[in-house]
Design a protein around this ligand. Structure first.
Ligand code: NAP
Length: 264
């Protein structure tokens, strides 16, 4: 998916397209010629983006509202896409959210709710859409993880664990898919200026400088041109990710908790 590469005649399904990084990736794909299937719970936000993309780029855009945390959501979405007669050439598993705060005293239902959206839906949609890509010997799967995947994060313990799951799953899938014509990539954004922090709660805001959605989109596009299984957005967190791999896990967990703690 290079800047110059055309996606004309291709269909990209983007989850979490109603705001933030997902909306940015959807726009970037449409700019490069892709037709879109936009997925999230907020149908009105998806319709708004669809109208903008149709007007700006003349693309065919389908809106497929779905709660990816609901049982059977992946199967239903796959069936809806097939019923539309579409082949998904580019699957972007981006939908996700965090819940900030220590585990002790947390609402168990709220913590657990991260797992089906951040983890199960990624596995489900990937597994359902992948065989057709393999059969066509062509396709792209982008799974949005996080720099939180690179080390445990006290205060975001479950969220970080879900993103470690996404990163591990995606890197393994990358190796499985080598030579098939299907490009698999995990993207690890650091703090990025989106509504993520409003959803996660103020304890999720460490006060670290935030990257922009455009930064994450550009990093994703660049990484898809290279062959690697994963990419970290931005030089600061790329360096911190390397350091985290070298340090003892106990030290990493404690330092990560200090860095992630809200400031001010
Ligand atoms: N912003 C950051 O600092 C940051 C850093 C690293 C990784 N990430 C990851 O980047 C991805 C995008 O987040 P963002 O920063 O762009 O935040 P965002 O603006 O809050 O976007 C999250 C998206 O996920 C969708 N979503 C949430 N729950 C859903 C559900 N049950 N079913 C379907 N869609 C659901 C939301 O749509 P609806 O509410 O309409 O359903 C929204 O479109 C997430 O996976 C996040 O973990 C973000």
């Amino acid at each position: 998916m290079s800047q110059s590469q055309t996606y004309a005649g291709r269909t990209a399904l983007v989850t979490g397209a109603s705001s933030g990084i997902g909306a940015g990736l959807a726009r970037a794909l449409a700019e490069r010629g892709a037709d879109l299937v936009l997925v999230a719970r907020r149908a009105d936000a998806l319709e708004e983006l669809a109208a903008q993309v149709r007007a700006a780029h003349g693309r065919t855009v389908h809106v497929a509202p779905a709660d990816l945390g609901a049982p059977g959501a992946g199967r239903d979405l796959h069936e809806r896409v097939l019923a539309l007669g579409l082949h998904v050439d580019v699957l972007v598993n981006n939908a996700g959210f965090g819940v900030a705060g220590p585990v002790a005293g947390a609402d168990a239902d709220a913590l657990v709710a991260q797992v089906p959206v951040n983890c199960s839906a990624v596995v489900d949609l990937t597994t359902r859409f992948l065989p057709a890509m393999v059969a066509r010997r062509s396709g792209v799967v982008v799974n949005v993880a996080s720099v939180a995947a690179l080390q445990p994060v006290p205060g975001l313990a479950v969220y970080a664990a879900t993103k470690a799951f996404v990163l591990s799953f995606t890197e393994a899938l990358w190796a499985e898919q080598r030579g098939t014509g299907v490009r698999v990539l995990a993207v690890c954004p650091g703090p990025t200026d989106t509504p993520f922090f409003e959803v996660a709660g103020e304890e999720s805001d460490s006060g670290l400088p935030r990257r922009t959605v455009d930064d994450v989109v550009a990093t994703t596009l660049r990484a898809l041109q290279s062959g690697g299984p994963s990419v970290v957005d931005g030089p600061l967190f790329t360096a911190l990710g390397v350091v985290a791999r070298l340090m003892p896990r106990g030290v990493v967990a404690r330092v990560s908790g200090m860095v992630a703690r809200p400031k001010g």
